[in-house]
Design a protein around this ligand. Structure first.
Ligand code: COA
Length: 164
Protein backbone atom coordinates (compact mmCIF):
# COMPACT_ATOMS: atom_id res chain seq x y z
CA UNK A 1 0.00 0.00 0.00
CA UNK A 2 1.29 3.47 -0.82
CA UNK A 3 2.11 5.56 2.22
CA UNK A 4 0.24 8.87 2.32
CA UNK A 5 0.78 11.14 5.27
CA UNK A 6 -1.81 13.49 6.72
CA UNK A 7 -1.99 17.10 5.67
CA UNK A 8 -2.42 19.92 8.10
CA UNK A 9 -4.75 22.69 7.01
CA UNK A 10 -4.99 25.70 9.27
CA UNK A 11 -4.75 25.55 13.06
CA UNK A 12 -8.49 25.03 13.41
CA UNK A 13 -8.99 22.14 11.02
CA UNK A 14 -7.07 19.31 9.49
CA UNK A 15 -7.60 16.14 7.52
CA UNK A 16 -5.60 13.28 8.96
CA UNK A 17 -5.48 9.51 8.98
CA UNK A 18 -7.97 7.88 11.34
CA UNK A 19 -6.60 6.23 14.45
CA UNK A 20 -8.16 3.42 16.47
CA UNK A 21 -9.38 6.09 18.88
CA UNK A 22 -11.55 7.55 16.05
CA UNK A 23 -13.52 4.34 15.46
CA UNK A 24 -16.29 5.14 17.94
CA UNK A 25 -16.82 8.67 16.62
CA UNK A 26 -16.83 7.58 12.96
CA UNK A 27 -19.33 4.82 13.75
CA UNK A 28 -21.57 7.33 15.55
CA UNK A 29 -21.58 9.57 12.47
CA UNK A 30 -22.27 6.61 10.20
CA UNK A 31 -24.98 4.91 12.24
CA UNK A 32 -27.47 7.78 12.00
CA UNK A 33 -27.18 8.50 8.29
CA UNK A 34 -30.41 7.78 6.34
CA UNK A 35 -28.42 5.52 4.05
CA UNK A 36 -27.25 3.28 6.89
CA UNK A 37 -30.72 3.20 8.41
CA UNK A 38 -32.30 2.36 5.07
CA UNK A 39 -30.20 -0.79 4.96
CA UNK A 40 -31.31 -1.50 8.57
CA UNK A 41 -27.79 -1.38 9.92
CA UNK A 42 -27.09 -0.71 13.60
CA UNK A 43 -24.43 1.12 15.60
CA UNK A 44 -22.71 -2.24 16.18
CA UNK A 45 -22.65 -2.85 12.43
CA UNK A 46 -21.11 0.59 11.94
CA UNK A 47 -18.43 -0.14 14.55
CA UNK A 48 -17.61 -3.46 12.90
CA UNK A 49 -17.50 -1.83 9.47
CA UNK A 50 -15.04 0.89 10.51
CA UNK A 51 -12.87 -1.56 12.49
CA UNK A 52 -12.72 -3.95 9.54
CA UNK A 53 -11.71 -1.16 7.16
CA UNK A 54 -8.82 -0.13 9.40
CA UNK A 55 -7.78 -3.72 10.10
CA UNK A 56 -7.76 -4.44 6.37
CA UNK A 57 -5.34 -1.55 5.92
CA UNK A 58 -7.81 0.55 3.94
CA UNK A 59 -7.58 4.32 4.22
CA UNK A 60 -9.83 6.35 6.45
CA UNK A 61 -9.17 10.06 6.76
CA UNK A 62 -11.05 12.18 9.24
CA UNK A 63 -11.89 15.87 9.07
CA UNK A 64 -11.21 17.35 12.49
CA UNK A 65 -12.10 20.86 13.53
CA UNK A 66 -11.67 22.36 16.96
CA UNK A 67 -10.81 18.92 18.36
CA UNK A 68 -14.01 17.35 16.99
CA UNK A 69 -14.16 14.83 14.17
CA UNK A 70 -16.94 16.13 11.91
CA UNK A 71 -16.65 13.76 8.98
CA UNK A 72 -14.58 11.07 7.36
CA UNK A 73 -13.84 9.43 4.04
CA UNK A 74 -12.71 5.90 3.31
CA UNK A 75 -10.99 4.48 0.28
CA UNK A 76 -9.66 1.15 -0.93
CA UNK A 77 -6.61 2.14 -2.93
CA UNK A 78 -6.82 -0.72 -5.45
CA UNK A 79 -10.48 -1.52 -4.79
CA UNK A 80 -11.77 -1.28 -8.35
CA UNK A 81 -10.61 -4.08 -10.66
CA UNK A 82 -7.62 -4.55 -8.37
CA UNK A 83 -6.21 -1.34 -9.75
CA UNK A 84 -8.18 1.86 -9.24
CA UNK A 85 -9.14 3.69 -6.04
CA UNK A 86 -12.64 2.98 -4.81
CA UNK A 87 -14.29 5.39 -2.38
CA UNK A 88 -15.93 3.23 0.28
CA UNK A 89 -17.82 5.98 2.06
CA UNK A 90 -17.93 9.66 2.75
CA UNK A 91 -19.91 10.73 5.80
CA UNK A 92 -20.37 14.06 7.52
CA UNK A 93 -22.00 14.55 10.90
CA UNK A 94 -25.63 15.64 10.43
CA UNK A 95 -25.20 18.99 12.17
CA UNK A 96 -22.21 19.88 9.97
CA UNK A 97 -23.53 18.87 6.56
CA UNK A 98 -23.77 21.43 3.79
CA UNK A 99 -20.72 23.38 5.03
CA UNK A 100 -18.20 22.10 2.51
CA UNK A 101 -16.66 19.30 4.59
CA UNK A 102 -17.66 16.51 2.19
CA UNK A 103 -16.16 18.50 -0.69
CA UNK A 104 -12.90 19.03 1.22
CA UNK A 105 -12.66 15.32 2.03
CA UNK A 106 -13.22 14.33 -1.60
CA UNK A 107 -10.75 16.95 -2.86
CA UNK A 108 -8.18 15.64 -0.39
CA UNK A 109 -8.67 12.05 -1.49
CA UNK A 110 -8.46 13.01 -5.16
CA UNK A 111 -5.24 14.99 -4.61
CA UNK A 112 -3.65 11.83 -3.24
CA UNK A 113 -5.17 9.18 -5.48
CA UNK A 114 -4.75 11.03 -8.79
CA UNK A 115 -1.00 11.10 -8.17
CA UNK A 116 -0.81 7.45 -9.23
CA UNK A 117 -4.07 6.65 -11.05
CA UNK A 118 -6.25 8.41 -13.60
CA UNK A 119 -9.64 7.00 -12.51
CA UNK A 120 -11.53 6.99 -9.19
CA UNK A 121 -14.73 5.02 -8.60
CA UNK A 122 -17.53 5.07 -6.05
CA UNK A 123 -21.10 3.90 -5.61
CA UNK A 124 -24.12 5.88 -4.56
CA UNK A 125 -27.62 4.70 -3.75
CA UNK A 126 -30.23 5.91 -6.23
CA UNK A 127 -32.41 7.70 -3.69
CA UNK A 128 -29.44 9.63 -2.29
CA UNK A 129 -30.08 12.46 -4.71
CA UNK A 130 -28.38 15.16 -2.60
CA UNK A 131 -25.13 13.22 -2.49
CA UNK A 132 -25.44 12.42 -6.19
CA UNK A 133 -25.77 16.13 -6.97
CA UNK A 134 -22.57 16.84 -5.08
CA UNK A 135 -20.65 14.04 -6.78
CA UNK A 136 -21.83 15.17 -10.22
CA UNK A 137 -20.74 18.71 -9.45
CA UNK A 138 -17.31 17.38 -8.50
CA UNK A 139 -17.02 15.60 -11.83
CA UNK A 140 -18.22 12.04 -11.12
CA UNK A 141 -20.25 10.47 -13.92
CA UNK A 142 -22.61 7.52 -13.78
CA UNK A 143 -21.02 4.63 -15.65
CA UNK A 144 -23.14 1.75 -14.41
CA UNK A 145 -26.06 0.60 -12.31
CA UNK A 146 -26.61 -2.40 -10.05
CA UNK A 147 -30.33 -3.06 -9.68
CA UNK A 148 -31.68 -4.44 -6.38
CA UNK A 149 -28.17 -4.37 -4.96
CA UNK A 150 -28.91 -5.23 -1.33
CA UNK A 151 -32.62 -4.53 -1.22
CA UNK A 152 -35.28 -5.02 -3.85
CA UNK A 153 -36.09 -1.72 -5.51
CA UNK A 154 -32.95 0.01 -4.20
CA UNK A 155 -30.37 0.44 -6.93
CA UNK A 156 -26.75 1.47 -6.72
CA UNK A 157 -25.09 3.71 -9.29
CA UNK A 158 -21.44 3.22 -10.14
CA UNK A 159 -19.74 6.60 -10.53
CA UNK A 160 -16.36 7.38 -12.05
CA UNK A 161 -14.14 10.45 -12.17
CA UNK A 162 -11.33 10.82 -14.65
CA UNK A 163 -8.21 12.83 -13.88
CA UNK A 164 -8.07 16.03 -15.91
C1 COA B 1 -23.22 13.46 1.20
C2 COA B 1 -22.30 14.17 2.23
C3 COA B 1 -21.07 13.35 2.45
C4 COA B 1 -21.89 15.54 1.64
O1 COA B 1 -21.06 16.21 2.57
P1 COA B 1 -21.37 17.72 2.96
O2 COA B 1 -20.29 18.21 3.82
O3 COA B 1 -22.75 17.80 3.49
O4 COA B 1 -21.32 18.40 1.49
P2 COA B 1 -20.75 19.83 1.08
O5 COA B 1 -21.15 20.83 2.11
O6 COA B 1 -19.33 19.72 0.72
O7 COA B 1 -21.53 20.08 -0.26
C5 COA B 1 -22.90 20.41 -0.23
C6 COA B 1 -23.60 19.60 -1.24
O8 COA B 1 -23.68 18.25 -0.79
C7 COA B 1 -24.94 17.71 -1.11
N1 COA B 1 -25.57 17.22 0.13
C8 COA B 1 -25.83 15.93 0.37
N2 COA B 1 -26.41 15.76 1.54
C9 COA B 1 -26.54 17.01 2.08
C10 COA B 1 -27.08 17.48 3.28
N3 COA B 1 -27.67 16.67 4.19
N4 COA B 1 -27.04 18.80 3.55
C11 COA B 1 -26.51 19.64 2.65
N5 COA B 1 -25.96 19.24 1.48
C12 COA B 1 -25.98 17.93 1.19
C13 COA B 1 -25.71 18.72 -1.86
O9 COA B 1 -25.51 18.46 -3.24
C14 COA B 1 -25.04 20.03 -1.50
O10 COA B 1 -25.05 20.87 -2.58
P3 COA B 1 -26.21 21.97 -2.75
O11 COA B 1 -25.75 23.11 -1.91
O12 COA B 1 -26.19 22.22 -4.19
O13 COA B 1 -27.49 21.39 -2.26
C15 COA B 1 -23.03 14.42 3.58
O14 COA B 1 -24.14 15.23 3.38
C16 COA B 1 -23.44 13.15 4.30
O15 COA B 1 -22.67 12.64 5.10
N6 COA B 1 -24.64 12.62 4.06
C17 COA B 1 -25.12 11.45 4.74
C18 COA B 1 -24.29 10.22 4.41
C19 COA B 1 -24.28 9.91 2.93
O16 COA B 1 -25.30 9.87 2.28
N7 COA B 1 -23.06 9.70 2.40
C20 COA B 1 -22.87 9.44 1.01
C21 COA B 1 -22.99 8.01 0.66
S1 COA B 1 -21.59 7.06 1.18
Amino acid sequence: MTEYSGMRGNYLSEIRKAHKSDIQRCAEIMAVTPIWEKYERTMDDALTFIKNELNAGNFIWVYEEENTVKGFIGCVEHGMMGEFPYVRMVMVDGSHQGKGIGTKLLNYLEDLMFRNKHLIFMMVTDFNTDALRLYRRLGYEKVGEIPDYKKEGVNEYLLMKRKK
